[in-house]
Structure formats: C-alpha cells, structure tokens
Write a protein that binds this ligand. Structure first.
Ligand code: ATP
Ligand code: MG
Length: 408
C-alpha cells in the first residue's frame, strides 16, 4: 500500500501502533498509514480495495492480502478556528496538513514515529525514539490541553502504557485523575469501542486497575464502582473475568463483550435485585429481570451497549437462578438452552471469585455436562443461594408489579 501510494505521487508512511509495536518487539495488531493523499484520492488509487469511513473525520480502510490498513490524510494544525465545546473538546476536524503538522496532532511521542519506505528510515519529530528506549509514555505537547481536546486520550494512555509495559511519564499521568469527569462528555458509542479495546485484551486486568486508580472507571461504570467500594469481593469477580479474558486472548480463543459486560455489571444487578426483592416485594425472578433492565438502561447512557450484546448479557444473568434446579426435566432443559454454555461459564466465574458458596453448584453442572445420567442432586437442591420462586409466588409478584404500574 505504501509503495502504491508513493508510486501514485503521494507521500505515505507507516505510523502509529504498527511502527511502535515493531520497534518495541511486539506483534502489531493493525497498521495505520499517514498520507498526503486526500480521502477521494486514496479511494481513486485503491478503487474497490478501499472504503471511506466517516467517523470523526474521513479515513480510508484499504484491504490487501487479507489485511486492512487505516489510511488517514495528514492532519492540519489545531487553530482557533476549530470548533470546541466549553471544556476544550475539539468538535470538528477536517483541515488537512503536512507530515510535520500531522506528527504534532498525534497523542503520544511513541505513536508519532513514521516509517519511510523510500529510505527505510524512521522520522521522529517528537523524540519518540528516546521515549521508546526509556520505556516511557509521554504526551506530545501540553498534556492537560491535549486531554481536553480529546478526553479519550486518558484511556489510551493507560492502555498503551500497559500494552508496552511502559511508565506513564509523570507530567502525562498527573492531569488524568483531575480531568477524569471529562469522559462524561464523550459519545457512548465511542466509549464502548474504547472499553472493548481496554478489557478484551491481554492487559485487561492492568487496564481495569489503571482505570480505577485514576478515577476513570468510576466515571464510566459508576454503579459498579460503588459496589466495589462497598464490598471488596466484587473486585475478585472482575479480576477473575479479566484473567479469563486474557487467557483466551493469549490462546487465540474468541472473546465476547457480552461475557465481560455480564461480569462488569453483575455487582449492580445483584445488589439491585436483592433490594427489589427485600424492600419492594418483588418475587426473585422478577426482581432479577427488573434489575437487569434498570442496570442496562442506566449503563448505556454512559457507555453504549449494542443490542446484539445486551440480549445475551441479560440471558446470562436470568439463567443464573435456574442452576439451582438440579432435578430431571428442568436440569435437562437448561443443559439444552442455547445460552447454557455462556451462563454456565458465568456461574463458574462467580463460584471461583466473589461467591465461593456457588463453587459446589458449578462443579455439579460441570459433571452434568459430561455424564450420561445427571449426577444426583443434593437434598437441599433449589434451596441454595438464589431460589427460583415457586409458581404461586411468581404469580403474586407479577400481579403486584402490574398493580404498581397501574398506580403509577
Ligand atoms: P493499537 O492499534 O495497538 O490499539 P494505536 O496506537 O495504533 O494502537 P489506533 O487507534 O490504531 O491506536 O490509532 C493509530 C494512531 O493514530 C495512534 O498511534 C496515534 O498516532 C493516532 N491516534 C489515535 N487516536 C488518537 C487520539 N485520540 N488523539 C491523537 N492521536 C490519536
Ligand atoms: Mg493501530
């Protein structure tokens, strides 16, 4: 792609994570190209291999040999003519520039290294090589200003530093805790993408801890942070979920945001369901279902949760009480449920972390999957931690809720 662009008369460089990771002896996840060609020109050069994507600014996705690269036109300098909101966030951004202006628009010095195929050199305007050697992540320019321009850079600082095993240089780290609330201004869909990058990764645990340490997590997942502060065992659940994710990424197994989100929001759901059951007279299953709806609705105001994930998340939660029934037909129905596997994995996760009283139950279901016959159910079955209501109480709960709605 670089040769194609250069042969067509444009400047083109490899930049960003691709260069950075290669120089740090890591395998790059994807490749980014910076070019003097404008998006329509990139489109013309690559024709059907190219799609223009309009996110905050127009960039080209170019496909070749099974790989996709992001090709972005050199960004121009930030000027007073850029539209900003009252916190300093840049709202519109489509002025093109040169290689040099592009370099100073990037976030960290190690992300602003350009590989030039014409002479196999690295172009380094921001002293990124020296930071790479000293293993430190440093913001280009004045950190506070750069975070205000785009608060997502606070999340990126933690993610990139953890990925490289670098220290965040003190002046780059200092403003983060102070400016954390600015993340509240970012569109929920963009935050969803960033959270996925942070937590569906090998560094999930370090990213989680980093976000919490610097007050970012509390802005994004306020209810979960409250639950964590009240009861330390929930942190075990999140750490275990992060460890599972990391192990799967390590082994090239697929990871889904649904499982991760189910864990992230479970403390709030469990607390809310308990409140509704104990204080508002909801039957247990209804309490759980109502809590799930409330927590998902509240959470998606901050970090969006696409429906293709919220549906399985809800199912994972709502299947949890059904594991208490280990007899005959009910147990067999659960084993055949399309979401059994994810819900079972979640039960194992709970038992192995925050709710050790469930470990025995999880073991039983582990055996049930492989045995020809269901293992014997203990005498106290379905009287365990989260009983499913008997038919009568369920109906009562249902009527009561409808009654309340009518009053409202
Ligand atoms: P990875 O691809 O491994 O997640 P990356 O640094 O390549 O890391 P991308 O999102 O692919 O991350 O971005 C590519 C490059 O674009 C970055 O290296 C950086 O130079 C620049 N960039 C990305 N996001 C920002 C931002 N919010 N502010 C300034 N520059 C950014
Ligand atoms: Mg990249």
């Amino acid at each position: 792609m670089l040769y194609t662009l250069v042969e067509a008369g444009f400047e083109a460089y490899l930049v960003g994570g691709g260069v950075r990771d290669l120089l740090a002896n890591l395998k790059p996840k994807d490749f980014d190209i910076a070019t003097s060609a404008h998006p329509e020109q990139v489109k013309k050069v690559f024709a059907r291999q190219c799609r223009l994507i309009g996110r905050r600014f127009l960039i080209a996705h170019v496909r070749a040999g099974g790989e996709i690269a992001e090709v972005a036109t050199f960004r121009g300098p930030i000027t007073d003519s850029h539209e900003r909101d009252e916190t300093g966030r840049i709202l519109s951004d489509n002025i093109y520039g040169s290689l040099e202006t592009d370099a100073f628009r990037r976030d960290f010095t190690v992300n602003a290294l350009y590989y030039d195929i014409r002479d196999y050199s690295i172009i380094d305007f921001a002293d990124g090589i020296s930071d790479l050697q000293r293993r430190r992540l440093r913001m280009i320019g004045e950190p506070e200003l750069r975070y205000r321009e785009d608060p997502v850079r606070m999340l990126r600082a933690i993610r990139v530093a953890n990925k490289l095993g670098f220290e965040i240089e003190p002046a780059t780290a200092e403003p983060i805790s102070r400016l954390a609330p600015l993340l509240g201004e970012i569109p929920p869909a963009r935050l969803f993408d960033e959270i996925i990058k942070m937590l569906l990764s090998r560094e999930a645990r370090a990213n989680l801890d980093g976000m919490r340490e610097r007050g970012l997590f509390g802005i994004l997942f306020a209810d979960t942070e409250t639950a964590l502060a009240e009861d330390a065992r929930w942190l075990r659940l999140l750490h275990q979920a992060a460890a599972n994710t990391a192990a799967r990424v390590e082994n090239d197994q697929p990871v889904t945001p649904a499982f991760l989100y189910a864990a992230l929001l479970w403390p709030s759901v469990a607390l809310r369901a308990q409140f509704l059951a104990c204080n508002e007279g909801y039957a247990p299953m209804l309490a759980l279902s109502q809590a799930a709806d409330e927590v998902l609705a509240r959470q998606s105001l901050r970090v969006s949760i696409p429906r293709r994930f919220s549906t399985p998340i809800r199912e994972i939660w709502l299947l949890q009480p059904r594991f208490d029934h280990r007899h005959g037909a009910r147990a067999k129905r659960l084993l055949a449920h399309p979401r059994f596997r994810a819900a079972y994995d979640f039960l194992v996760l709970r038992g192995a972390s925050a709710e050790p009283q469930l470990a025995g139950l999880a073991d039983w279901w582990t055996q049930a999957q492989t045995a020809k016959e269901l293992p014997p159910a203990p005498a106290d079955d379905a009287a365990a931690s989260a009983p499913v209501p008997k038919r009568r109480s369920r109906r009562r709960g249902g009527r009561r809720r409808r009654g309340k709605k009518a009053q409202d």
